[in-house]
Design a protein around this ligand. Structure first.
Ligand code: XIL
Length: 453
């Protein structure tokens, strides 16, 4: 309510202050970033948010549990996540026992869902999709499990119960599950982790089947690192995936983690865009979706301006690889601010890997990615304006909440077209204050592209 009131007042002030002058320039003030504040205490820099431009490819951001549940947190993270992403990736709170966050599996017969429940409700309240990470992984396992002396049969039972309990709790609410995480080495062989050693390779197939039984509507993914590029490792990985699909295992997608440095090096492999593209295509040919699933681009710290500009290129090239390949349906980043990134701990001496710096200031990569996304939206505006010319009308400024939209004003026709959350809107005065969605952003972009505009 307060926000709407504030937005309305702001619009009135801006119109009063700039009036026709701003309109003659083609845009209202405030649409594009002008200066970047040094240290915002809240969301202070001007941007419509990456999520505004989401069409076919979801933008996801991983939350590790830090801000809400990891003391001390800073109370700032979540609004940024909400503004920038269309998909929340729950990164740590659904692992069995991730360090530093509330443990999900406190004991053999105990689950603590408090953190995950809150994140799920938070994302739902904001109309975001949810991706949950992860049901079966060789790491982040509790001591009672690995030191428990359980037999193979007991472990099968424990794993089955875990998957049934966790997946069915959120039935119909989690869009994508990372069912199995990092099960294959970068040379394409099964990783000899706890589950592989104790159960054998069939733990993978069983996990997918149990998850599917518990929530038939969820998309089930295998998440992998080190196989983003080409070589025998990713060939072997592909064969294993093909074998699962051929057997009728309910697997719907593959996540390629893509934790890289400025040379696209990802652990033992590389994630060069051209190679990633081939991987996406050939996984797509098996009938699977692909996510670029855990992007961050680490730099030796302190990062120089030239590093940050190279990093911007890496981010846009990776995003473009996803956008250009139909099988790729989401581009997910492993966090949004360098303040809460895992890189400093995992790669000593490196950091600065995400879109916002430690004070939540946008870095060149943020503006580059935003600019890249906006090109599509801008293309669609011209098309939508010509298509809906007869109905497009200027909005009623007293009722419009411009801060929610990325919009363009057409001074000649005096029409407004706007996008928000994957929809294109126009304003029709008699139906104010609610703007009408006229078409999805995806259709709009497809139409604009087909027209060659
Ligand atoms: C990382 C988390 O970000 C850290 O907070 C945690 O301490 C260790 O795990 N690939 C994955 C993720 O699939 O689960 C890892 O997450 C990062 C690498």
């Amino acid at each position: 309510m307060l926000r709407k009131y504030f937005a309305t007042v702001m619009v009135l002030i801006l119109l009063a202050a700039f009036g026709e002058e701003a309109r003659a320039a083609g845009e209202l003030p405030g649409q594009r970033p002008t200066t970047i504040p040094a240290s915002p205490a809240s969301i202070a820099f001007q941007s419509e948010g990456l999520r505004t431009h989401v069409d076919r490819v979801d933008i996801g951001i991983q939350v590790g549990g830090y801000d809400i549940f990891w003391t001390p947190g800073d109370g700032l993270l979540m609004p940024y996540v909400a503004r920038e992403s269309s998909m929340l990736l729950i990164g740590n709170n659904l692992k069995w026992a991730a360090p530093g966050v509330l443990t999900l599996r406190t004991a053999r017969n105990e689950y603590n869902f408090a953190a995950a429940d809150s994140l799920v409700a938070w994302a739902e309240a904001r109309g975001m999709k949810i991706k949950a990470h992860t049901l079966v992984w060789g790491e982040a396992l509790p001591a009672w499990l690995i030191g428990g002396g359980y037999s193979r049969d007991e472990l099968l039972q424990i794993l089955k119960e875990h998957i049934q309990t966790v997946v069915s709790r959120y039935k119909g609410r989690i869009h994508v599950w990372d069912v199995v995480n990092e099960a294959i080495d970068s040379n394409g062989a099964y990783k000899s982790n706890f589950w592989y050693e104790m159960i054998g390779p069939e733990y993978i197939e069983l996990a997918f089947r149990w998850a599917h039984d518990a929530d038939p509507s969820a998309l089930l993914f295998m998440n992998e690192d080190g196989t983003e590029g080409l070589g025998t490792g990713s060939d072997e990985f592909l064969k294993k995936i093909q074998a699962l699909v051929a057997k009728g295992v309910p697997i719907h997608g593959v996540g390629l983690e893509t934790h890289v440095n400025l040379a696209y090096e990802s652990g033992a492999s590389t994630a060069k865009p051209a190679e990633l593209a081939v991987n996406i295509q050939r996984l797509g040919a098996v009938g699977l979706q692909v996510h670029i699933s855990e992007v961050d681009v680490r730099i030796a710290v302190p990062a120089t301006p030239s590093d940050l500009s190279k990093q911007a290129d890496v981010y846009t090239a990776l995003y473009k690889t996803c956008a250009d390949n139909k099988a790729c349906t989401a581009f997910l980043m492993w966090g949004v601010t360098d303040k809460w990134s895992w890189i400093a701990g995992a790669f000593p001496g490196q950091g600065a890997a995400l879109l916002l710096d430690e004070a939540y200031n946008p870095k060149p990569a943020y503006w580059a990615l935003g600019g890249f996304l906006r090109v599509n939206t801008d293309k669609c505006f011209a098309w939508a304006e010509s298509r809906f010319a007869e109905v497009l009308q200027p909005p009623n400024p007293a009722a419009a909440t411009f801060d929610d939209f990325y919009y363009r004003y057409y001074p000649v026709t005096r029409n407004y077209v706007a996008v928000r959350q994957g929809n294109v809107y126009y304003w029709k005065p008699e139906e104010m204050p609610a703007p009408l969605p006229v078409i999805s952003l995806k259709n709009c972009i497809d139409n604009a592209t087909a027209r060659g505009s």
